[in-house]
Design a protein around this ligand. Structure first.
Ligand SMILES: Nc1ncnc2c1ncn2[C@@H]1O[C@H](COP(=O)(O)OP(=O)(O)OP(=O)(O)O)[C@@H](O)[C@H]1O
Ligand SMILES: [Mg+2]
Length: 405
């Protein structure tokens, strides 16, 4: 099926712009591009999703990202690392591979799949979005392996440094144990200079040394090319170099005939240096997804999608429950919404033998309301001293939990 990124006039008819995911749109654009490919550069790979064009030419450069083992994208700030990452991510998703994209300190990535002006209500890359330290969106998977299938974006914003180290260590340690030869899995790690020491760095190194055999590909993104040296030099030895603009000449000259070449690169231009292909100097194509930190409103809407509540039915149930004598004591002052949430929390504690966090209060199957309403009703119940809130440690994070007074 033809998938167009824009309305396209074909003779008398118009192919309307599609709301397909960028991943599918990319595949479609690529199919169109094949015919236009300039055939002079036989060794330039053009057998997979397009990454860009050889600098100064129309020669399309594209390959199946799973053909190369691991990647190390480096360049100074503003050189286009995150942008290139996004292009790769679109290509990877267009092939149906799985993705885990980890951003240590910003939430941009989390917004990648939110509506995009080019796609009206477009869903972009339909990532599951985790905000590990935020108690918002999907704050933490129950099982870390949930991060390894589908397209997942996780931000570590709001975790302290030890928690970030622990998370990265845990993810990479678990990744080393899985076999993804059926469906490759790509793991992007932004701001990798934060993880060049200790257990996390060991886990990253162990993974890049072994994982290719098992279909796990690591993409490290870092401003500093010297990050992984000495004890962790195998990280660089086992990753394909992707250089963007910068002035790290000595370092680059270890990999390139002329290390100064990196100085001439424009924003969004990259040198891909691997054993499999000749050196490729590429003007990275336009990305289709937008990285935008989600607004509160978008977070609320997204969260509501994860809440499978049937308010009408519950309304009826609760009216009956309200008339039970055992709830009389809090009774008459509570609104029906407050009553419902209180009941939910009581039941939760009884069934799980632990107090729910805020996200549990709206994300559980039988939770009565979506995130914003839950927040409002929780605040009311705290204010009137019906509920109390306490900070506890869970899975290495601080979490606020709620219980009746
Ligand atoms: N191929 C490209 N096409 C169009 N714009 C690009 C391209 N690459 C980068 N840009 C733009 O250049 C700017 C800097 O890019 P980007 O954010 O990717 O840099 P970065 O290397 O990740 O920087 P930092 O290290 O600060 O995170 C952004 O505004 C981005 O949209
Ligand atoms: Mg960046």
């Amino acid at each position: 099926m033809a998938v167009a990124l824009r309305d396209v006039e074909v003779g008398e008819s118009t192919v309307e712009r599609s709301k397909a995911t960028p991943a599918r749109a990319v595949s479609s654009v690529l199919q169109g591009l094949k015919a236009e490919t300039v055939a002079y550069a036989e060794e330039v790979p053009n057998t997979g999703p397009m990454i860009g064009t050889l600098t100064g030419t129309n020669q399309v450069v594209g390959f199946d990202p799973a053909e190369l083992p691991h990647y190390y994208i480096t360049g100074e700030t503003g050189s286009g690392k995150s942008y290139l990452k996004r292009v790769l991510l679109e290509n990877i998703a267009s092939l149906g591979y799985d993705v885990l994209s980890i951003s240590p300190s910003d939430t941009e990535e989390v917004g990648v799949s939110l509506p995009n002006p080019d796609h009206d209500e477009g869903v972009g890359l339909a990532a599951d979005q985790y905000w590990i330290g935020g108690d918002q969106l999907l704050d933490k998977p129950d099982d870390i392996h949930e991060l390894f299938s589908g397209v997942n974006a996780a931000t570590l914003k709001d975790l302290d440094d030890d928690e970030k180290q622990e998370f990265v260590n845990k993810v990479f340690t678990e990744l080393a144990k899985i076999d993804r030869r059926d469906t490759p899995l790509f793991v992007f790690l932004e701001e990798a200079h934060n993880f060049t020491k200790g257990a996390a760095a060991d886990a990253i190194q162990d993974l890049v040394r072994e994982a290719r055999k098992f279909g796990v590909h690591v993409v490290i993104v870092s401003q500093s090319p010297m990050d992984f040296n000495r004890n962790h030099k195998h990280v660089r030895e086992n990753t394909v170099s992707v250089f963007l603009h910068g002035e790290y000449f000595d370092y680059a000259s270890k990999f390139l005939d002329d290390g100064r070449e990196i100085q001439d690169l424009a924003t969004g231009e990259a040198i891909i240096q691997s054993r499999d292909y000749p050196k490729l100097r590429v003007e990275v194509r336009q990305a289709f997804t937008l990285p935008t930190a989600p607004t509160q409103n978008q977070i609320d809407r997204l969260q509501d999608r994860f809440t499978a509540s049937t308010p009408d039915l519950k309304e009826v149930d609760t009216v009956e429950e309200n008339s039970e004598p055992e709830t009389e004591d809090q009774g008459s002052d509570l609104s029906s919404d407050e009553q419902q949430l209180l009941e939910f929390i009581r039941r939760y504690i009884e069934e799980n033998d632990e107090r729910p966090s805020k996200s549990k209060c709206y994300r559980e199957d039988d939770a009565p309301f979506g995130s914003s309403k839950t927040q409002r009703v929780l605040d009311q119940l705290l204010e009137t001293n019906i509920l109390q809130k306490e900070t506890v440690e869970r899975y290495g994070n601080e979490s606020q939990v709620y219980s009746p007074v």
